[in-house]
Design a protein around this ligand. Sequence first.
Ligand SMILES: C=C(O[C@@H]1C=C(C(=O)O)C=C[C@H]1O)C(=O)O
Length: 356
Amino acid sequence: MSLFDRDQKPYLIAGPCSAESREQLWQTAEGLQSLPIKLFRAGVWKPRTRPGSFEGKGVEALEWMAEIKKHFGFSLTVEVAEAEHIEQAMRYGVDCVWIGARTTVNPFQVQHIADALKGTSLAVMVKNPVNPDTDLWQGAIERIAAAGIRDIAAIHRGFSMYKSDSGYRNQPHWIIPVELRRRMPGLPIFCDPSHITGKAANVATVAQKAMHIGFDGLMIETHIDPEHALTDAAQQITPAQLAVLLDGLVIRREMAETEGEDLLKIEFLRQSADNIDTEIIELLAKRMELSAQLGEIKGRNQITAYQPERWREIMETRKSQAARLSLNQDYIAALWQIIHDESIRKQLEQLASKVQ
Ligand SMILES: C=C(O[C@@H]1C=C(C(=O)O)C=C[C@H]1O)C(=O)O
């Protein structure tokens, strides 16, 4: 049986950023015990940006975690960054480990961890790499799967950026987890709104967005006294705040469960979109045929494929038409850039055939 149950949304993972003391863990767990938590989280080894900050309590904290499991019945998850962490985590009854964003970036390190996981029955969650690279994320997941781990999930925690004026601590780039879902449909994907927003006040908004998009669960940093947290103080919320967040969360269901009139409407809208797509492709084929004909004439008359003035005029007129229809001009410009590239490629075929 899988630890990650995709039927019950959201699959909820909560607990402090770091295990700081027995009391802090205990009080946080007490606050969470009435909530539908599937995994209790805490960092015991903390990868810190600069030396000298709190680096976690290591094995001592694992002892506290084991007590939490015994008393409250929570399954446990901790971050691992070294092969040795696996064995230590298992010794204290940890059920699931996660690979952090700063580890996922390094295939050597992920492979060491994967090797250490061989033969264990641990569940594993893989956070996205700090850089927005779907392949790297997928690659780390594949390494864990190749080690024989059956219970695997991905965690989306956003991506690093230079200077944050977007209001996020880490850019969500939602397109990346959506692409991961397309590539690996059977993989549960959870969202970590705490790291994406970096601000306690915005955690609920990002969590809701993740639910709207269709994520399976949430990992939310929860601390009994966030203000005095030793790590990530700004983004942790209290168990009471988590309860309010969960209360207000709108959970979207899978398509198949939607009933009645709305299902028909969705079906109608999808069929209409299919029809429009068919027309778009037919029109693109016609347009490309025109380019080919132009290419043929250009070939006969020693004219260049690329015509800057004509291309400039096309870009301008298409963008103003887009603006009139309230379409995003950058989107139309990017689309036409692709059309133009293909048109040039097509004409070059013609021109090259004339040279031979
Ligand atoms: C089609 C032509 O060749 C190129 C392709 C264009 C296009 O696909 O719209 C426009 C200008 C040229 O760079 C053309 O000369 O009209």
